[in-house]
Design a protein around this ligand. Sequence first.
Ligand code: FES
Ligand SMILES: [Fe+2]
Length: 337
Amino acid sequence: MLARDHWYIACPSLKLAERKPLAAQFGDLQVVVFRGKNGEPHALLDRCCHRGVKLSRGRVSENGCIACGYHGWEYDAQGNVQHIPSLGDGKMRSKFQVPSFHVRETHHYVWVWIPGESEAPTYEPELRGFAPGTWIQFSGIWKCNVSAAVENQLDTAHPVFSHPTTYPTFETDRELNPELFLSTWRGHVEDGNKVEIYFLPTDGTPVQRPTIENPGSNITAFEMPYRNYVFLTSANVRAIYNWIPLSEDTGRLEYMSLSWPPKGPGDFKVRIWDEELEILAQDRVLLESAQGTYNPSRDKHVPADRPPLAARQIIHHAHQLAAAPPKDQEFEFEVYA
Ligand code: FES
Ligand SMILES: [Fe+2]
C-alpha cells in the first residue's frame, strides 16, 4: 500500500511549531514528529510503550524530550525513556524504548524515512524546480487510491472537462466555448520510476525537451515516491504534488505551488494555505466519486491514457502488483482537448 525505503513528507516545516508535537501517518504507520531543544525535528512511533497512548497528544518538555500526555513518561530523540515521573527522581533504570525514524528538514518540509529493507536512508529527499516568488503549501486528505490521484495529474484529456473555469492556461471560459483543439504530446518513461510529458508545437518547430529544473516549456512529470510536477511555464504555474498513501482508498496530499511572481530578484517566500484550491477540489470530488467501485483492471483505455498507465505500472510494481516496471521508452500521442 505504501512503497517503503523512501522519504515521505510528515508536514510543512512551517506547521511544526516548537514544543508542539504533530501526528503524521504513512500507510498504516503512525508517527509523531516534534522539535528538540535546538529546533531540530525528530520522529518516533506514535505509541507510548507504557499504555499505548499517542505521544502526539503529549507535549515537548524544556529539555527537548517528548512527554506522554497520560503518565508523563519522557522520551528522547532516539525514543529512549529518560524519565518516569511515578518513580520519583533518580530511580530511572529502565531500557524502555519506542522506535525512532530518520528525519530531514529540507525543501520546506519535514521528511521521515520509512524503512523497508534498508533501516538507514539510501538517498536524500529532494524537490526540484523551485523558482523565485511566493509559494503556498496546502495539505489535504483525498478519499481515493493514490494511483488514481497520480494518474490524474498526467491526464491531458481531462482539464477541459474538469476545470473549464480554473485551468491556468485556458484564456477563455471553455465551458462556453467547448471547441476541442488537437495537440501532440511526447513522453518519456525512464529508470522504471519516472514519466515526463510535454506537448509539441503545432507548426512542427523542433522542441528542446524541457526538464523540471529548466522547464523551457510546459512539462508534467511523475516520479516515485508518488510525486507529480505540473509546470505550465506559459502561465507561470509550478505545482508539486506529494502523495502519501494512508490506505488503499485514502491518501494525503502535500501540495506546493508558485502562486505569485517575485517582487524583485531573490524574492522567495513560502506560506501555508489552509483552504483547498478550487482546482484541487474539482479533481478530488471526481476521483472520490470513482473510489466506491475502484477496480483498475476493468478500465478501458485510449491513447491519451498512456502516461497515466505508465505511472500506474510503476506504482503497481512498487506495490508488487506488477512483475516489472515499464521499460524505458519515448512515445507520442495525440489528443483533442
Ligand atoms: S501511557 Fe504514556 S505514560 Fe502511561
Ligand atoms: Fe485536474
